[in-house]
Design a protein around this ligand. Sequence first.
Ligand code: OXD
Ligand code: MN
Length: 593
Amino acid sequence: MTTNNKKVLAWIDEMSKMTKPSKIVWIDGSEEQAEKLRAEACSTGELIKLNQKLLPNCYLHRTAVNDVARVEDRTFICTRKKEDAGNINNWMDPKECYEKLSKLYDGSMAGKTMYIIPYSMGIVGSDFAKIGIELTDSVYVVLNMLIMTRVGKNVLDALGDNGDFVKGLHARAQLDEKNRYIVHFPEDNTIWSINSGYGGNVLLGKKCFALRIASYLGRKEGWMAEHMLILGLESPDGNIKYICAAFPSACGKTNLAMLIPPEIYAKKGYKVWCVGDDIAWLRVGSDGRLWAVNPENGFFGVAPGTNEKSNPNALHTTKKNTIFTNVVHNLDNNTVWWEGLDKNPPANAIDWKGNKWDYTKYNKNDKSTCGAHPNSRFTAMATNCPCISSEFNNPAGVPITAIVFGGRRAKTAPLVYQSTSWQNGAFVGSIMASETTAAAAGAVGVVRRDPMAMRPFVGYDMGDYFAHWLSMGTRIPHPPKIFHVNWFRTDDEGNFIWPGFGDNMRVLLWILDRCAGNVDADITPIGYIPKPEDINIEGLDIALDTVKELLKVDKASWLEDIENIKAFYKQIGDRVPVTMYDELAALEARLKA
Ligand code: OXD
Ligand code: MN
């Protein structure tokens, strides 16, 4: 397989002259080629073939110990003008960056194979889709990209002789942390990644393309690339309404996307369908509504905590055709395990670092005793998910009724509230925040502002990004309503008050009732909140008073938050739209009234 596209060939020629691979292989998307590559990766130890009876076509991979997560401090947006990358992003001058990294790439693939992966984000050839080509020296990357994106000859056919593709270059080099770079040149449609082998840094279709580069393209072209799940909620009458939701990393996006309705709803015939768990591309449809597609083809989910109760759909998705990264290897039956899977840690096992693992020494307060890395992952095919939406492969996407923002807040944010307009909703997104938990390094309870859950993923200035949100509002004749939720409110002892998981559907139903104009609400300084009796608690072990507590708007803690928001807006810089400051001032005035 190859192409006659001169722009593609010239670029590959230039990159291979720099990296100097001894061999070049085009990835055609065929099962035959994938199988050959899996066998090769097993022979070199890059992959371990798992029990094919229990986990057909499943494999285990371990990354280097120093290379287990996205590295925000090594991630750069290289625009010609520094101001265009903004204060929230790291910036390097593109010319300097190309020069500096060219030296690191020089000869980095000597003696190795360079794989050329032509892939599409979105259904190949559809209006929503964008094409990328990733060059990599990692078989692991190839096999993951085959799951996460749509790969093959038809992508090159769709590209024709066009130069409109995202040029991605990845080299593992020495996996040297100090020379690890994940850099984006949005003005050149280019991504360079070096010295990492970890998913989020090297599967260039995902965060790098589908969020950072795509957010830049979306602003230019009048659409949006967002860090959002997409789900469909089906009522007993068969009607399905679609919701997009943005949460910061580690707030349960994958769980919400694959929600299992509580029994009282399941019995009545309610169902939830997953369209996507991480990224949504949104466009205004000819009917004036906002339409969403999931540009990915698989899930790159966090394994620890995934179990039969928290997310049975995700668990079942991983039972075949899955690559596990940095989980425990159970030697007794050649399967995998992770903390929170079940209460039976394997006695005869290898941990994520490749060492013999003694589960009796496991202490949940000491991460170094974990068998699986806390950020260990599964790469699984979306079409293996039991609740995958029938619209997953629809090139037109799905029409969005509601957008939901959320964060992890112990006190400030109520269980749910509704913004008063698109503009006010964009403001609500801009002030999104999450508090750090004991699960992450550093102090507990520190507020990190994470606008629209896009803080690490906007490929340009954050103030300009807010302006783009506001301007989209003027272009959508029938915009979705915008809400904010908080599943993580705690009592004075720090216990969660809301049951979460499947019961979050009770809140989604209130949201959809609001969108349909079926239910009243109370207006507060921050927006509309439910009348407590309108959150259905049938079958739950909580009282109406608890719902009242969950919906309380504590003015003192909001006023404190306002100071934090002002400081954050200032940090973003002078491109924060005046409209956002007006919204903030109006909120402050309402809280003080
Ligand atoms: C992810 C993230 O990996 O948001 O999806 O960190
Ligand atoms: Mn994510």
